[in-house]
Design a protein around this ligand. Structure first.
Ligand SMILES: Cc1ncc(COP(=O)(O)O)c(C=O)c1O
Length: 379
């Protein structure tokens, strides 16, 4: 019997093994295939030789490795920020950033709870970060700038934090970051979780900040190292004083074990490879184009055509599971997923990487032609 959630027994950049069978895969967020690059794996293996598997302590005690510091310098250079700090994962990075920003906002709010505004579609890590850091949080409609501006106007005296994903991979849209900044009070901050933009968007893969040409000390960037960088861990990046505030004054940084050494070494190598091999990003762009052209050819309304993710929305979770199973029988792994915030609808998520070949993408298109039910709105 096929399980609802298949357990993968092996993975490659474009393949998975399920129940002993190799499948062509369009899953996950390894958009640049770096998790399986031999040089990235070798860097991780070498750091295991030097340090073992774990940081074994918080950075503030005895877990601070020169590897962490090199990764932070490299990330800041890559992202074009004054400083960066790495944490055990991207979820924690959002919490750490919010904790630091809440302390800042506290002062502006004169003992009232600090205020945060956020896009309704933000990742749950942002919602949890705002709630656990004591913000009074107000959602504005998904990408709804006039709602956001009305809330900004209402709370302008409270130096509201505005928090958003940079790229909403599950919704196929980008944050209107430039416009948000234009209306943000000078003493307020814009928290951008660019987990899905870093390595993917902008001329050289720096993310939404590069894509929109943003350079503003009010931006605090967070992200996961487990997506395009193919490693694990998270980061907070921005002005030196904000990053220092996270390092010195947040329990989420002080109270957690340092990023695992092989993950730090892998992320460092991935950043170098993104810069040394721009053809990787070019291949990804070509595949993103082919994916969304395929989607239109098979009759899907394809939005978010700049992102490496095609969301096939279906009338129900059952319908999504049926499509995923039919693809599975054809040797293709494109999981039916349940996403937070989704109501009743099902979704099959197809992600491309720089490592898929044109022939593999054609295989996906041909299988969709055979199995997509009439009238799927798609994504
Ligand atoms: C937008 C976004 N932020 C944060 C996270 C959390 O990152 P991590 O898995 O490294 O904790 C994710 C992961 O799914 C994400 O998609």
């Amino acid at each position: 019997m096929r399980r609802e959630l298949p357990a993968l027994s092996a993975t490659g950049a474009t393949s998975v093994q399920v129940d002993g069978v190799d499948l062509l895969s369009f899953h996950g967020c390894g958009y640049l295939g770096l998790a399986h690059d031999p040089r990235v794996r070798a860097a991780a293996a070498e750091s295991i030789e030097r340090f073992g598997l774990s940081g074994l302590a918080s950075r503030n005690t005895s877990g601070n490795l020169e590897l962490h510091e090199r990764l932070e310098q490299r990330l800041a250079e890559f992202l074009g920020t004054e400083a960066a700090l790495v944490l055990a994962d991207g979820y924690l990075a959002d919490i750490a950033a919010a904790q630091a920003l809440a302390r800042d906002a506290d002062r502006a709010c004169l003992d009232q709870a600090p205020v945060a505004l956020h896009d309704d579609d933000v990742h749950p890590s942002i919602l949890d970060a705002l709630a656990s850091s004591g913000f009074r949080a107000f959602g504005y409609g998904a990408g709804d700038m006039s709602h956001a501006l009305a809330l900004l106007d209402l709370h302008k005296d409270r130096a509201p934090l505005v928090a958003t994903d940079g790229a909403f991979a599950m919704h196929g849209r980008l944050a209107p970051a430039a416009e948000l900044l234009r209306h943000l009070p000078t003493n307020a901050h814009l928290l951008i979780d660019d987990s899905h933009g870093v390595g993917v968007l902008g001329r050289s893969g720096r993310g939404v900040v590069e894509l929109f040409g943003l350079d503003d000390p009010r931006i605090v960037l967070t992200g996961s190292l487990a997506k395009a960088l193919g490693s694990g861990g998270g980061f907070v990046a921005g002005s030196a004083d904000k990053v220092e505030a996270v390092r010195r004054r947040t329990s989420s940084f002080a109270g957690t074990t340092a990023l695992s050494p092989p993950l730090a070494a892998a992320a460092l190598t991935s950043l170098d490879l993104i810069d040394a091999e721009p053809e990787r990003l070019e291949r990804l762009r070509a595949n993103v184009g082919q994916l969304h052209r395929s989607a239109r050819r098979v009759g899907l309304r394809s939005t978010g055509t700049f992102l490496p993710v095609l969301r096939i929305t279906m009338e129900s979770e059952d319908a999504a599971r049926r499509l995923s199973s039919a693809l599975h029988v054809e040797g293709i792994f494109a999981p039916a997923i349940r996403y937070h915030g989704a109501t009743g609808q099902g979704m099959v998520r197809c992600a491309v990487t720089s490592e898929h070949t044109a022939a593999e993408l054609r295989r996906l298109e041909e299988a969709l032609v055979r199995h997509l039910p009439e009238g799927s709105p798609g994504g």
